[in-house]
Design a protein around this ligand. Structure first.
Ligand code: AMP
Ligand code: GLY
Length: 436
């Protein structure tokens, strides 16, 4: 079977590993913008190409007799790569543009959820370019606000009261800035603990993966600028230590209702739906949806997947997911990213990274690095992810920390992710929010 993978980050390396574990005889073809050495090693052939070059990707897929394709990042989904491959009769794991809109148009997504009466939406309004005055009035009304561009920003365009601004005047100024290029979403700031819930879906049925918690801030103690995600953990079982079963049920219900609402409008969502939730005093609320696996969150759940990912993708593409049992190993995971010094604001680029002894126990996923003459170099983004799998989060965390010694280069990581101290802080925070 010929399988095409689009994307070259840590998430896609984890997808490639899952594909190579398949019981089918798979030949993997990859389109990526830089040569990710981990993915290249698993691939029959690699095409170095911008991942949004729809026509050239279609041509490459047809040329190589591709049967099934996986689209990793959001940009090719927003560009219509899934639509284009489907028109050629190629099965695709990843939604078409009309469904992927749930990620790349945050204004539409919020409005859609509200119009369909789905729970979990904060108070919000969307403003167009000529509505700066109305935006300012709504900021005054809410006071405790979050201001975000409607379009894709790689997770870095969102600004939050208390974190990025201290006054409504600052919020208004930022809203003006956003309005120069985009519509702006102004919404109520939610307080609680964030978690990620990922589900395979064929547009009807959802199969949920264990919940994961990502860490957006660059430095230990949740300090510093927002990043694409510095690391993440999952617990044995399906919930996180600060959650209960009701919280999970609530989030699953919101995601099921969202898929049902899309279906009712004639949109069949096929692929992975990523729900980012804030667990508040009133239960889970939607921060946003993504139309693909999370990065890093894919690296927590894919190594635990016991079901063949090719079977999952086939059932997703043919709308028969409810007839497939999907299971995960009952283990805890911790994933930590090693990122270039100065990341995200002023990262050191094009510097060599050395991996001394391949880390024992831990899994290593290459992300935004590239390989030249057998050497590995940083780019401006997250470089290498290490994943530990254990009976407990603490055990998994220890495995990652030990493996880190093997990697040399101008890199840093967050050492607090997955530690008992930080997890206890999350539990205490949630207890305080719930008043228990
Ligand atoms: P996003 O790009 O939508 O994932 O937002 C990035 C980060 O901004 C999220 O991980 C949250 O920490 C924060 N954020 C976004 N929307 C809200 C909200 N309504 N309330 C509180 N924090 C938010
Ligand atoms: N970890 C956040 C994301 O993938 O969007």
């Amino acid at each position: 079977m010929n399988v095409l993978l689009i994307g070259g980050g840590g998430r896609e390396h984890a997808i490639a590993e899952a594909i190579k574990k398949s019981r089918y005889d798979v030949k993997l073809y990859t389109v990526m913008s830089r040569r990710n050495p981990g993915i290249a090693r698993l691939s029959e052939d690699v095409l170095l190409l911008k991942e949004t070059e729809v026509d050239r990707i279609r041509g490459y897929a047809v040329e190589n007799g591709i049967d099934l394709s996986f689209i990793g990042p959001e940009a090719p989904l927003a560009a219509g790569v899934a639509d284009s491959l489907e028109r050629e009769g190629i099965k695709v794991f990843g939604p078409t543009i009309d469904a992927a809109r749930i990620e790349f148009d945050k204004a539409w997504a919020r409005t859609f959820i509200e119009e369909h009466g789905i729970k979990g939406s904060p108070r919000f309004q969307v403003f167009e370019q000529r509505e700066a005055r109305e935006a300012h009035e709504f900021i005054d009304e809410l006071e405790d606000v979050v201001v975000k561009p409607a379009g894709l920003t790689g997770g870095k365009g969102v600004r939050v009261m208390g974190d990025h601004f201290t006054s409504t005047d600052d919020a208004k100024e930022y809203a003006n800035e956003v309005l120069k290029n985009d519509r702006v979403v102004v919404e109520e700031r939610l307080t609680g603990e964030e978690f990620t819930l990922q589900a395979f879906t064929d547009g009807r049925h959802l199969s949920f993966a264990p919940a994961v918690q990502d860490h957006k801030r660059a430095y230990d103690g949740d300090l510093g600028p927002n990043t694409g995600g510095m690391g993440s953990y999952s617990s044995r079982g399906r919930i996180l230590p600060f959650m209960n079963d009701n919280d999970l049920d609530g989030a699953e219900k919101i995601m099921q209702e969202t898929i049902d609402a899309l279906k009712s409008e004639g949109i069949t969502y096929r692929g992975l739906l990523y729900g980012q939730f804030m667990l508040t005093r009133d239960g889970p609320m939607v921060i946003e949806y993504n139309a693909r696996f999370g990065d890093p969150e894919a690296m927590n759940i894919l190594p635990l997947l016991e079901t063949d990912i090719i079977d999952i993708a086939e059932h997703v593409a043919t709308g028969t997911l409810s007839s497939l049992d999907i299971s995960f190993r009952e283990k805890a995971t911790v994933c930590k990213y090693l990122v270039p010094e100065g990341y995200p604001e002023d990262p050191v680029r094009e510097t060599e990274i050395q991996i001394r002894d391949p880390p024992r126990n831990a899994l290593l996923f290459y992300s935004s690095v590239h390989e030249k003459d057998g050497k590995i170099y940083t780019t401006s983004s997250r470089a290498i992810a290490l994943v530990g799998i254990g009976e407990t989060i603490a055990e998994a965390e220890g495995i990652v920390e030990e493996a880190m010694h093997a990697i040399k280069g101008p890199l840093y990581a967050r050492h607090d992710i997955g530690t008992e101290e930080l997890i206890q802080k999350r539990i205490d925070h949630m207890n305080q929010i719930r008043g228990t």
